[in-house]
Design a protein around this ligand. Structure first.
Ligand code: IPD
Length: 257
C-alpha cells in the first residue's frame, strides 16, 4: 500500500479513536508511574487504532504508548499515542490529542494529530507541507524573542529534569513575551506549526508523544532540534521547536545553561 493510502487510513483511525474518546463519560484511571496516568479509554483507543492499521497494513510494525512495540522486524511502523495529554483528558481540560506517525526506514513520512474535543485535525506528509482541518498552515513570522509566546512544560516526572527547567525559567520569563504549559506535547508542536505558539521546549518526551507533531511542525516551517549537544530529538525526547529566529535565540540561551 502506498504512503498516501496509509496516510488516509491513519486519519480515519485517528477520527475513529476520537469518537470513542469523546463518547466516554466514565473511565477507570491507573498510575503507570508517579504523575503518569492511563485510563481504560487510552487502552481502548490504542487497541482500536492498532487493529484497524494492522488489518489494513499487515506488512507494517506498530509502536504504541500503551501496548509497546509489536513483534517482528518491519521496514515501516506506525508510532501511536492514543491520548497525548491524558491528565488533561481525565481532568476535563479539552487539550489532548490522538497522535499517529508513520516511519519508513528511520524517516518520518507522515503525521496526524487530532484533538477530538475541538475537532481540529493537524496533518502533514513529508515534503508536502502541513494542514489544519484541510487548510494549509505555517508557523508565525515572529523573530523578536521579547514578543514571542513560548510553550513549555515542567519536567514533573524527573527531579533532575525539573531542576534543569527551573534554572532556565527566570531568564526565559525575562527575555520572552510569555509562556504557556498546554499539557499535550503533540498539540504544542501543532500550535507552533500554525503560529499560535512561536516556540515549544520540553525535556524527556517519548517518541510517541512527538513523532507526528515534529513532522507537522517541520512541514509548516519550524526548526525542530534537540537541545544543544543532544541533537537527535527523536532519541532523547528533548525538544526545541520554533520559528527560525526564535529557535536561534533559544538554542543559544539553552547552550549557556
Ligand atoms: C504527556 C503530554 C505532556 C507532557 C508529558 C507527556 P501523555 O503525554 O505530552 O504535555 O508534558 O511529558 O508524557 O502521557 O499524556 O501521553
Amino acid at each position: 500500500m502506498n504512503i498516501q493510502k496509509k496516510h488516509e487510513l491513519a486519519i480515519h483511525a485517528a477520527l475513529q479513536a476520537g469518537e470513542l474518546i469523546m463518547s466516554r463519560r466514565e473511565f477507570s484511571v491507573d498510575a503507570k508511574a508517579v504523575n503518569d496516568f492511563v485510563t481504560d479509554v487510552d487502552v481502548r483507543a490504542e487497541k482500536l487504532i492498532r487493529e484497524s492499521l494492522a488489518s489494513a497494513c499487515p506488512e507494517d510494525g506498530f509502536f504504541g504508548e500503551e501496548t509497546g512495540e509489536g513483534a517482528g522486524a518491519a521496514a515501516g511502523r506506525f508510532i501511536v499515542d492514543p491520548i497525548d495529554g491524558t491528565t488533561n483528558f481525565l481532568k476535563g481540560i479539552p487539550l489532548y490529542s490522538v497522535s499517529i506517525a508513520y516511519e519508513l526506514q528511520g524517516e518520518l513520512c507522515f503525521g496526524v494529530v487530532y484533538n477530538p474535543a475541538s475537532g481540529e485535525l493537524f496533518s502533514a506528509v513529508r515534503g508536502e507541507g502541513a494542514t489544519r482541518s484541510g487548510e494549509s498552515i505555517h508557523t508565525s513570522r515572529e523573530d523578536q524573542p521579547a514578543r514571542s509566546l513560548i510553550g513549555m512544560a515542567f519536567a514533573h516526572r524527573s527531579t533532575e529534569g525539573n531542576e534543569r527547567m527551573m534554572r532556565l525559567l527566570p531568564g526565559l520569563c525575562e527575555k520572552t513575551g510569555d509562556m504557556r504549559r498546554l499539557g499535550s506535547a503533540a498539540l504544542d508542536l501543532c500550535y507552533v506549526a500554525c503560529g499560535r505558539l512561536d516556540a515549544f521546549i520540553e525535556l524527556g518526551l517519548h517518541l510517541y508523544d512527538i513523532a507526528a507533531g515534529v513532522l507537522i511542525a517541520r512541514e509548516a516551517g519550524a526548526v525542530c532540534t534537540g537541545w544543544p549537544g543532544e541533537e537527535d530529538l527523536l532519541k532523547t525526547g528533548n525538544v526545541l521547536a520554533a520559528t527560525p529566529k526564535i529557535h536561534e535565540f533559544l538554542f543559544h540561551y539553552l547552550a549557556e545553561y
